[in-house]
Design a protein around this ligand. Sequence first.
Ligand code: KG4
Ligand code: ZN
Length: 346
Amino acid sequence: MKMTKKTLFTETPVTIGPESGYDNYIMAIESSCDETACAIVKNGREVISNVVASQIKTHEKYGGVIPEIAAREHLESINVVIEEAFKQANIKPQDITAFAGTVGPGLVGCLLVGLNAAKTLALVYDKPFIGVNHLNAHLCGNYIDTDLKPPYIALLISGGHTQIIDVKSYSEQKIIGETIDDAVGEAYDKVARLIGLPYPGGPVLDKLAKEGNPHAFKLPEAKVDGYNFSFSGLKTAVLRLVKSFDGQELPVNDICASFQECVSSTLFKKVKKALEESGYKQVVIAGGVAANSEIRRKIFSLEEEGYRVNAPLMKYCTDNAAMVASCAYFNTNTFDDIDVEVFSRA
Ligand code: KG4
Ligand code: ZN
């Protein structure tokens, strides 16, 4: 089915998506958390430019993202990343097919900066505006540089979400399981803080885990029904383990490796079950935690069983705007209304 969107002033119909019959260049802006990002993507899969200004250095000293400071930094970076994206792509704003922006979930003050920039560009250049859900965008990172098509099972793991999704078609998705407490990324960041690692804990913990023994400590895997998850018990178990050392030097690498083993095998088992029950032959991982080396290794081991496995390149796993542009192109649950308001929770 062809997807038509209207421009904002002249209301000219513009067809967008795989069936439009011409090359689409979508510019997208992402500012839901601590990355200010802008990208231009051709036909949903080919990245023409991809610019990310990270605020990690700023938030490092606080051990987490401070929303008000993050919003101010987005304001400072937004024009620079937009200009840079146009420059890298060597394309004029008039030649952009549509402008897209992340609507939510995320930090409201941060989302407002990027979304308003996207809306403004659409108004000024009289192009369609497409609002995008950040979680759908993470899934679409898998379309970049691939020929992946639904149906498939997706494991979406980020700082705020842990979901198993049945992706039936580009626009039809069903969440079949999710966490009942902490998200995977949140568990990584909290455990990292417990053992004294710097923010953001996930990548550091992943690195140290490679140097440790994954079977040094037996940590509990939560027994949760169906495809749901729970990670708060695991976090408490690590806390207890840390306390048991009573101030002595912690075997940090072994704790990291044991924690990583527990998380990755829980995720693996549920993904495999979803594949078996759906009958699908394809699985993808998405979200910031999809950058994790052991989770990737386990999920990719499914290739040996005949499944097609896909994970975005690291730069398209963590927050970026290329995935947002791809999502706008494939019309995966997007918003057309220029008055759409930002939202904080899914
Ligand atoms: O998707 P994302 O960039 O932001 C959200 O939308 O949440 O994900 C950020 C999360 C953080 O919790 C970070 O610690 C985690 O992804 N993360 C990792 C790794 N790289 C990023 N967690 C574990 N291993 C990694 N290699
Ligand atoms: Zn994200």
